[in-house]
Design a protein around this ligand. Structure first.
Ligand SMILES: Nc1nc2c(c(=O)[nH]1)N[C@H]1C(S)=C(S)[C@@H](COP(=O)(O)OP(=O)(O)OC[C@H]3O[C@@H](n4cnc5c(N)ncnc54)[C@H](O)[C@@H]3O)O[C@H]1N2
Ligand code: MOO
Length: 394
C-alpha cells in the first residue's frame, strides 16, 4: 500500500486550472482570484477625520484656548476654504481635513457657545486623522492566486473593483453506490440506511469553491454503474463513494476500469480510508472514496479538497498542519497512518488537543463533534500527555 503523501501526489498529478471567468464581486466570495486586482486610487483618497469634533492647527492647541468656528465639513461634503489662525472647522468622522488644520479635537473636549469653542483643560492628545492611503496606496495590488474571503470582497469593493477574474468552478459528480442507500426524506426498508456522506461532501466541495452534482444513487450492478459513469463523465471530477473494498458487491473499481478508468493507485496505508482509489477516466480525474461515512469525509479533506484547490488554481493545496499539545496518553499506532477524530481548543497554555475514544469510521456523531484530526504516522510509538502532535483542522 502506498502512503498518504504518495497518494496525494498521484491524485494531484496532471491537474490544472479549468479556465477563468469575470464575475461581479457579489458572486466572488469563495472563488479563486486568478488575475491580481489593482486599486486605482488610495484609500482614504484624502486625509480624513476619524472623529466628530473640530479641525484646528495642532500648534494652536492649548487648554482653555478659544477658536472661532468658520464652517463645517461632513463625510461626502468637503469644505473648500483654508482655516486661519484662531479658527476651527466643525468636522465629522470621514470628512476631508481642511487646509490649515492637522488635528481634530473631539467634541467631548470642547465647550461651544455660538460660533466660539473653548478647549477644555484635560485634552485627549490624539490627532484623529487618517492619512491619505493609510489603508492602501494608489498602486495597491491584491495578489493572486487567492481564495477570496468576505474580507477580501470588502477590500475589492474599497479598491473600486466591481468585477474580478476568477477560475471556473470545478464541477464534481458525486456518485453514491449501494443497494442499501436511500435519499434523506425517503422511505427506507428495515435493511436500508440513508445516504449521508454525499451530502457532507457536497457541502465540503461547495464551501471550497466547487460545484457538486449528486447523481442518482447507483445500485451494486455493472449496468447501473455503467449508466451512471456515462452521465458523470461530463463533470470535471468524478467521485464515487462506496463499493471500493473487497466484498462480492464492491464493483466500483472493476466496472470503472471496464468503463475506461486508468487507475493510478488502489489502497493506501491510512485509517480511515484504506480502499481509496484514483486515476483518470477518459481524461477526467477520478476519485473512488470508501463508503464508510467518516472515511469518505476524511478522504474528502485529504484528497478531494486538494484536487479541487489545484483545479481552482490555488498554489497551497494540501491541508494546513497545526501543532497542538496532547492532553492525554495515546497508544502506539499500527501499519496505517491514523487520522484520529479530535477536538482542539485554544487555552491559556496554547493549543490543546484531545482524541475521541471512539474512532470507528461509521460514527458521524463523533465526526460532527470533532474540529480536528490528529495525524498519527505509520508505526508511531505510544505518546504521553504533553506531547506535541500534528493535526489538521476541519
Ligand atoms: N474483508 C475486508 N473487508 C473490508 C475491508 C478490508 O480491507 N477487508 N476494508 C474495510 C474498510 S477499511 C472500509 S472503509 C470499508 C469500505 O468499503 P466500501 O468502500 O466498499 O464501502 P461499502 O461496503 O459500500 O460501504 C461501507 C459502509 O458504508 C456505508 N455507506 C456506503 N455508502 C454510503 C453513503 N453514501 N452514505 C452513508 N453510508 C454509506 C455502507 O452501508 C456500509 O455500512 O470496507 C471495509 N471492509
Ligand atoms: O479505512 Mo476504513 O475507511 O478504516 O473504515
Amino acid at each position: 500500500m502506498i502512503t498518504v503523501d504518495q497518494a496525494q501526489t498521484l491524485c494531484l498529478a496532471g491537474l490544472g486550472i479549468l479556465g477563468t471567468e469575470d464575475v461581479p464581486i457579489t458572486q466572488a466570495a469563495g472563488r479563486t482570484l486568478i488575475t491580481p486586482a489593482r486599486a486605482t486610487r488610495p484609500q482614504p483618497p484624502f486625509a480624513a477625520s476619524s472623529m466628530d469634533g473640530y479641525a484646528v492647527a495642532n500648534d494652536a492647541v492649548m487648554p482653555a484656548t478659544a477658536f472661532k468656528v468658520v464652517g463645517e465639513a461632513a463625510a461626502g461634503h468637503a469644505w473648500d476654504g483654508t482655516v486661519q489662525t484662531g479658527e476651527a472647522l466643525r468636522i465629522f468622522t470621514g470628512a476631508p481635513m481642511p487646509h490649515g488644520t492637522d488635528r481634530v479635537v473631539i467634541q467631548e473636549d470642547v465647550t461651544r457657545d455660538g460660533d466660539t469653542i473653548t478647549l477644555n483643560i484635560d485634552l485627549d492628545q490624539s490627532r484623529y486623522i487618517r492619512p491619505v492611503g493609510v489603508d492602501f496606496p494608489a498602486d495597491f495590488i491584491l495578489p493572486s492566486p487567492r481564495l477570496l474571503t468576505p474580507s477580501d470582497i470588502a477590500l475589492l469593493a474599497a479598491m473600486n473593483s466591481a468585477t474580478v477574474t476568477v477560475s471556473r468552478k470545478p464541477r464534481v459528480a458525486l456518485i453514491a453506490t449501494g443497494d442499501e442507500l436511500v435519499m434523506p426524506g425517503g422511505d427506507p426498508r428495515p435493511d436500508q440506511i440513508i445516504a449521508s456522506n454525499i451530502f457532507g461532501l457536497k457541502a465540503l466541495i461547495e464551501q471550497h469553491g466547487g460545484e457538486a452534482n449528486i447523481l442518482p444513487i447507483t445500485a451494486d450492478t455493472k449496468d447501473a454503474l455503467h449508466a451512471t459513469f456515462t452521465t458523470a463523465i461530463e463533470a470535471d471530477l468524478i467521485v464515487t463513494i462506496g463499493g471500493a473494498s473487497v466484498g462480492d458487491h464492491d464493483l466500483v473499481g472493476k466496472v470503472a476500469q471496464e468503463f475506461g478508468l486508468d487507475r493510478a493507485f488502489y489502497k493506501i496505508a491510512m485509517r480511515p480510508g484504506k480502499p481509496l482509489m484514483s486515476g483518470t477516466m477518459h481524461g477526467k480525474p477520478f476519485l473512488g472514496l470508501p463508503g464508510n461515512p467518516v472515511s469518505a469525509m476524511v478522504c474528502g479533506h485529504l484528497f478531494l479538497l486538494p484536487m479541487l484547490r489545484k483545479m481552482s488554481g490555488l498554489a497551497q493545496v494540501l491541508p494546513t498542519i497545526v501543532s497542538a499539545t496532547l492532553t492525554h496518553d495515546l497508544s502506539a499506532n499500527g501499519a496505517r497512518a491514523h487520522y484520529m477524530r479530535a477536538q482542539i481548543t485554544e487555552t491559556e497554555n496554547g493549543r490543546e488537543i484531545i482524541a475521541f475514544d471512539r474512532q470507528d469510521s461509521a460514527l458521524l456523531t463523533v465526526l460532527s463533534d470533532a474540529n480536528a484530526l490528529i495525524v498519527r504516522p505509520i508505526a508511531d510509538s505510544a505518546l504521553k500527555a504533553g506531547t506535541l502532535v500534528q493535526s489538521i483542522q476541519l
